[in-house]
Design a protein around this ligand. Structure first.
Ligand SMILES: Nc1ncnc2c1ncn2[C@@H]1O[C@H](COP(=O)(O)OP(=O)(O)OP(=O)(O)O)[C@@H](O)[C@H]1O
Ligand SMILES: [Mg+2]
Length: 245
């Protein structure tokens, strides 16, 4: 069964990628429609982070194709991807701890026209009043949750058409998890597409239109997020693969 979203903004077809001689992704197909929120689930080591890295040029794609907004992205590299509106917030909220919140955001906007930068920073801060109030503080002074918000805000500065979020809830308290995933729901309302890697299945599904599950470098399930019996199917997809290993 192939479920296509609205029109495909991201169209990933049969890609392979890995680290040196270690092949990790084996012919992965993923589509994300304009304005869609899609969850990417799967056990540890399934290849979720590797897929995001391959999509945004942090890793080379060794086979298959990556099209974004009708452009071939295979050789675009991280900068080319970000410029095209395919923006990756990497796992582990990597921010500059010695720079202020504002400077972290200005840095994310470094290649935008100078006159636009301040406005983009304000736009991103308006999504996170918690960190707007700390705009002059160094990144390292923020709590873990606020650092994660800052990392997402760095992505938003670029006005992404598709935001790739790698475990934005990792290490956050339940309240902050809801806060960060609530922002994903808000982005959806404004027409920004999101590909969300999450360990918290229920919370991810609650804000998603569709879901892919990966195991051992392959997509093992795709479904609508509200499909009846999805939990059982996900469990089989996760553990079935693990049991077969
Ligand atoms: N830098 C690396 N060098 C070599 N192998 C790697 C590297 N990073 C990841 N791998 C391997 O690639 C496979 C997929 O890892 P990846 O990080 O993509 O999984 P994941 O689905 O994101 O897992 P997690 O849920 O733990 O974040 C794993 O077997 C992992 O050991
Ligand atoms: Mg990962």
């Amino acid at each position: 069964m192939h479920i296509s979203g609205p029109e495909a903004l991201l169209d990933v077809c049969g890609i392979s990628a890995g680290y040196g001689k270690i092949a990790v992704l084996h012919g992965v197909d993923v589509r994300v429609g304009a304005g869609e929120v899609v969850s990417l689930l799967g056990p540890n080591g399934a290849g979720k982070t590797t897929l995001l890295r391959a999509l945004t040029g942090l890793l080379s794609v060794t086979a298959g194709s990556v099209r974004f907004a009708d452009r071939d992205m295979k050789d675009a590299g991280p900068r080319g991807s970000a410029r095209a509106g395919l923006v990756h917030v990497v796992e582990g909220h990597r921010i500059f701890t010695q720079l202020s919140v504002t400077d972290n955001l200005l840095l994310a906007a470094y290649d935008l026209p100078r006159r636009e930068r301040a406005a983009r920073v304000e736009e991103a801060l308006s999504v996170f009043p918690e960190i707007a109030a700390k705009r002059h503080d160094r990144g390292g002074m923020l709590s873990g949750g606020q650092q994660q918000m800052l990392a997402v805000a760095q992505g938003l500065v670029r006005r992404p058409r598709l935001l790739l979020l790698d475990e934005p809830s990792a290490g956050l308290s339940p309240v902050l998890v809801d806060r960060v995933l609530g922002v994903v729901a808000d982005l959806r309302d404004t027409g920004t597409a999101v590909l969300l890697v999450e360990q918290l299945i229920d919370k991810a599904l609650a804000v998603s239109d569709r879901v892919y599950a990966m195991a051992q470098g392959r997509v093992v399930l795709q479904a609508r997020a509200d499909e009846p019996g999805l939990h059982q199917r996900l469990e089989r997809a996760y553990f079935g693969e693990a049991a077969a290993a």
